[in-house]
Design a protein. Structure first.
Length: 311
């Protein structure tokens, strides 16, 4: 799928130039994998890793890294027992991954017993940027690094539905008020006061605005800027679309307890329909053709890096 994308404008790649490409991929340690049922998933995994590596070689030049290391690893969670590093991508299974890391670390017997607040506000897991430089380098070079990604437009719509279509004591007053104030003509006093009721079109206007009234948020930031996949060599690339199979294969790879399986439950708003391609289509209908194209352009790198088909 890469060749058909190459004709597109390279402007989103400009910030990405001039970085140092890390060494070639090292083979995954598969000595702990039991049973032959993982062969297809393993083949898919190797294709994803090779595809990303080839992409990074194509779009990078071998110059010194200009971004500070501590910033590069600020989204990466550490689990020292099983020597794994997880780069958090919101709306791609991250809540349940953090539950799994807590179980691996011995903080809970089961992922099903860990509440949403414990996952996100409990401070039970360390991030890689909390270590000194030696600790960061050692873990980057010796631990198994993994990431889970999702179709960019599905991830975006999922984030909008989660943060703006349900009561939220942070996103409505902080983001909602700023978005309504700038992008809604003749907004009523109630909307300006609460920030509730942001429309998808208004949210996209905010996203695409180079002078947006409030900064970016990790729930809709590009994966290329959250996890820096061309600077950090991820050993395992999982996808939300094949979440359970990928996750359970990864748990085998790192020697997790045999009874630990990736949880199937939806973290919040469990009665809502999951954000699927069809749900995304309904939201994109609210946008003009130009807005749809610009939104795709915004996530252009994520589409290319992880070989997602353009919508």
């Amino acid at each position: 799928r890469l060749p058909e994308q190459q004709k597109a404008s390279e402007s989103p790649l400009s910030w990405f130039r001039g970085v140092y490409l890390p060494p070639a991929l090292r083979p995954l340690n598969k000595t702990l994998v039991k049973g032959g049922e993982w062969q297809d998933i393993d083949r898919t995994q190797e294709k994803r890793r090779t595809f990303l590596q080839d992409f990074c070689k194509k779009y990078n030049s071998r110059k010194k890294l200009q971004t500070h290391l501590v910033h590069l690893v600020s989204r990466i969670y550490v689990e020292d027992r099983h020597k794994v590093l997880y780069c958090e991508v919101p709306k791609a299974g991250c809540s349940n991954w953090k539950r799994v890391l807590m179980v691996l670390r011995g903080l809970a017997a089961s992922a099903h017993n860990i509440s949403h607040d414990d996952v996100h506000y409990g401070k039970h897991l360390r991030k890689l940027d909390s270590y000194d430089l030696k600790g960061i380098y050692t873990r980057l070079n010796t631990y198994t690094k993994f990431i889970f990604v999702r179709d960019p437009m599905e991830r975006l719509v999922s984030a909008f539905r989660d943060k703006f279509e349900h009561p939220n004591s942070y996103y409505h007053p902080v983001f909602g008020k700023a978005i309504i104030k700038k992008y809604r003509h003749n907004a009523d006093e109630e909307a300006l006061k609460t920030g509730s009721g942001v429309k998808f079109k208004e949210f996209i206007q905010y996203l695409l605005d180079s002078h947006r009234p409030i900064g970016m948020d990790i729930h809709w930031e590009q994966v290329s800027k959250l996890c820096y996949p061309c600077l950090i060599n991820y050993d395992f690339i999982g996808k939300f679309e094949t979440l359970e199979e990928d996750a359970n294969y990864f748990l085998q790879l790192v020697g997790a307890p045999a009874d630990l399986k990736f949880p199937k439950f939806k973290d919040r708003h469990s009665s809502d329909e999951r954000t699927s391609a069809e749900v995304v289509r309904q939201y994109l209908k609210e946008l003009s053709k130009e807005e749809r194209q610009l939104t795709y352009d915004f996530y252009y790198l994520d589409y290319l890096m992880f070989n997602y088909t353009s919508p």
